[in-house]
Every structure is written in structure tokens, then in C-alpha cells.
Design a binder for this molecule. Structure first.
Ligand SMILES: Nc1nc2c(ncn2[C@@H]2O[C@H](COP(=O)(O)OP(=O)(O)OP(=O)(O)O)[C@@H](O)[C@H]2O)c(=O)[nH]1
Ligand SMILES: [Mg+2]
Length: 357
């Protein structure tokens, strides 16, 4: 589909690397303005190229402090960086969940760092569809790195795996019950663990707990792996494990990556070179092992589904509204002549086969 003259002009400026064009493209997508899908289609033709790193963890863990330091380090290597910070909006505080949080927008005037803050619009944590689109835009714009920060609350942080190639989970001693965090699914998503605020008591204990949990998990994954290289692992583990092998097929665990657990003091920068190094190593492993392709495929699946869902919702609203169908239906429901189900069925029939009516 051809773009309108103004969107074509925007596309040209985007391809020329104009930062204001990136900002306008983001607004276009956020506001779902006319023609944004065709614009995205043109922009994303280059395919995914950038290294995407996600940071998640409890509120106030130091994610922004770490992201800001890493962004500066990438810049020092001559890499351009895009940053997406997802702020959970609270209906009560209007977004300011913590008074002393680092506001990344104020941190830099460097043209090589582009920062965009986004609200999750209601849901605490988690990433809106538009967050992924903004990351896609930054990718296509040509940033070497795109960093995304998102507060992890309960299960919502799982979404960050659909946005990033490498996931860094940031915990702090005072987030206390590490085992609780493990249950919340952090074990499943972390490629790198960072224990920040290591200047406070309890950091060593937390590091130990996380390491133990990683080993426990690695151990149980190993028992599930069928015999290979001539060694029957199930036999080493006795009858119980043999049954486990039979009943539970091996999960597709990424092999060959050992999850590092690093201590940092984000304020002073202690330990951050090690985080940088771990993220670099993970990138290398992703590429060599073929895992990067798998993760990009998984992400593509989610993105397609998101777009289909959104278009269906949009079409359904449009169909319901057209010809006053919904308004008539409402009166009929109030009078007891129709129900929400019968009206919805008509809307759906209209949507799926408009010719039939
Ligand atoms: N003592 C100590 N304080 C830290 C450390 N790192 C960050 N802080 C402070 O912790 C507070 C929160 O830091 P942020 O970087 O904003 O944390 P965040 O995880 O991005 O916070 P949200 O985005 O609000 O969830 C700030 O006041 C930081 O100065 C650290 O290593 N030690
Ligand atoms: Mg933050």
C-alpha cells in the first residue's frame, strides 16, 4: 500500500537518520494514527539487527541507574543506544511510584542516546504492544543497542522476554525473600542476575540463594535430559529419575549458558564493567548457539499475534458502530428483546461475512 505524501516524507527522514523523525514515528504508532501500519511495514523491511537487552526487577532496585551507566559505556565504545523506560502508571500517584527514582530523561544531552519513557497505561509492570513497536522502530533506526527497563511485578515481567534478546534481572538485598522472587518466574527469564545495592547488608546471602536456586534448577533439567554420549543420566539418579525421564520429556532448555550472578553498587559503578562483559558474552553465545534466531522467531510470533488481535478489535468496534447496529441493539437489550449475546452474535456475523446480510 502506498504511503501518504506526509508519511513518505517522514519515512525518508527516518531513513536519513533524523532523530526528530524517529520521535515522530513513535508518536504516530503510539497514537495509532492513520496509516501507521503501512509505515511500520516499510520501516521494518530491514529485519531485526540490534542487540536488545531488557532489565527487570522490583521497583527502586536500581534498574535506571544501571541502564544509564551501561548506556554511557556503550557510547564510550562508539555505539548509539536507544532506551525505552516503561513506567507503571498508578491511578493514585499519576506515575510517580517512587519519589527518588532516577529520571533518565534528565541524564543525557548526548545525541547518541535516545530515551523514550512510556506508560503502561494502567497495568502495573508488563509491556504494552506499543513498547515492542517502539523497540522495533529503534532497531530499524539503526541503534547498535536498544535497552528496555520495565518494573517486574508478579508474572508480568515474563513479557520482557518477548521484547529482549538478553534479560538482566536486578534484585536488591531488601527485596528480601529471594525465593518469592524465584516463584514469580524470574528464574525462568534471567540470562544474567544482578544483585544491586551490594553496599547494603544481605547482598552476599542473596547471591548465595540465587546461585543455589540456579543449580537446583540446572540439576532437575539435567535429570530430564535423555541419555546421550553413551551415559545414561537417569541410571545415575536411580529409579525415581528413570521414571522422570519417561514421564516428562526434556524441556527445550538453552544449553551452554551459565547464568552469572553479579554484585553491583550502581551509584558508584562498582561491578558494572562485569555486567557489561556478561551481556556481551551472552550476545556472543546467542549468536553462536543459534538461540538468537529462535528468540527472534518467538518474538515475531508474539508480534504477529498482537497485530492480528489489535486489528480484530478495531474491526469489531467499527462493525458494531456502523449503521447504528450497536445503538439499536442497546435499546433492544434494555427492553428485553435481545441480550448482549444475541447482539454480539450479529456483530460477529457481520464482521465475518458482511455479504451475507
Ligand atoms: N545504596 C544504594 N542505592 C542505590 C544503588 N543503586 C541505586 N540506588 C538508589 O536507589 C534509588 C532507585 O534507583 P533507580 O535507578 O531509580 O531504580 P529503578 O529500579 O529504576 O526504579 P523504578 O524505575 O522506580 O522501579 C535511587 O535513589 C538510587 O540512587 C546502590 O547500589 N546502592
Ligand atoms: Mg527506573
Amino acid at each position: 500500500m502506498a504511503l501518504s505524501a506526509s508519511l513518505q516524507a517522514l519515512l525518508d527522514r527516518f531513513h536519513a537518520g533524523t532523530t526528530t523523525a524517529l520521535a515522530r514515528a513513535i508518536s504516530l504508532v503510539e497514537d495509532e494514527r492513520e496509516g501507521f501500519q503501512d509505515f511500520m511495514h516499510e520501516v521494518l523491511k530491514v529485519g531485526p539487527r540490534t542487540a536488545r537487552v531488557g532489565f527487570t526487577g522490583p521497583p527502586g532496585a536500581g534498574k535506571s541507574s544501571i541502564v544509564a551507566t551501561l548506556a554511557t559505556a556503550y557510547r564510550a565504545r562508539g555505539e548509539d543506544v536507544g532506551v525505552v523506560a516503561v513506567d507503571p502508571t498508578s491511578p493514585f500517584s499519576g506515575g510517580a511510584l517512587l519519589g527518588d527514582r532516577i529520571r533518565m530523561n534528565e541524564l543525557t544531552t548526548d545525541a547518541g542516546i535516545f530515551i523514550r519513557s512510556m506508560a503502561t497505561r494502567g497495568s502495573l509492570g508488563g509491556l504494552a504492544t506499543t513498547t515492542k513497536e517502539v523497540m522495533d522502530l529503534m532497531d530499524a533506526f539503526g541503534f547498535a543497542r536498544v535497552l528496555v527497563e520495565s518494573v517486574g511485578v508478579g508474572q508480568t515481567e515474563l513479557e520482557i522476554t518477548a521484547a529482549a534478546d538478553t534479560v538482566v534481572v536486578v534484585l536488591v538485598p531488601e527485596s528480601g525473600d529471594a525465593i518469592q522472587a524465584m516463584k514469580a518466574g524470574l528464574m525462568e527469564i534471567a540470562d544474567v542476575f544482578v544483585v544491586n545495592k551490594a553496599d547494603r547488608p544481605g547482598a552476599d546471602r542473596l547471591v548465595k540463594e540465587i546461585r543455589q536456586a540456579i543449580h537446583l534448577r540446572a540439576g532437575s533439567a539435567l535429570r530430564d535430559v535423555p541419555a546421550h554420549h553413551g551415559v545414561d543420566l537417569s541410571r545415575l539418579g536411580g529409579a525415581g529419575s528413570a521414571r522422570a525421564v519417561k514421564e516428562r520429556p526434556a524441556r527445550a532448555e538453552p544449553q551452554g549458558w551459565e547464568i552469572p550472578v553479579l554484585r553491583t553498587v550502581a551509584q558508584s559503578g562498582d561491578g558494572l564493567p562485569e555486567v557489561l562483559e556478561a551481556v556481551d558474552r551472552h550476545r556472543e553465545w546467542l549468536t553462536k548457539s543459534g538461540e538468537l534466531g529462535l528468540r527472534r522467531r518467538a518474538r515475531a510470533r508474539v508480534r504477529v499475534q498482537n497485530v492480528v488481535d489489535r486489528e480484530l478489535r478495531r474491526l469489531a468496534r467499527h462493525t458494531a458502530a456502523s449503521g447504528g447496529r450497536l445503538e439499536h441493539g442497546l435499546d433492544a437489550i434494555v427492553q428485553g428483546a435481545e441480550t448482549p449475546y444475541s447482539v454480539a452474535r450479529e456483530v460477529l456475523a457481520d464482521l465475518l461475512d458482511p455479504e451475507a446480510r
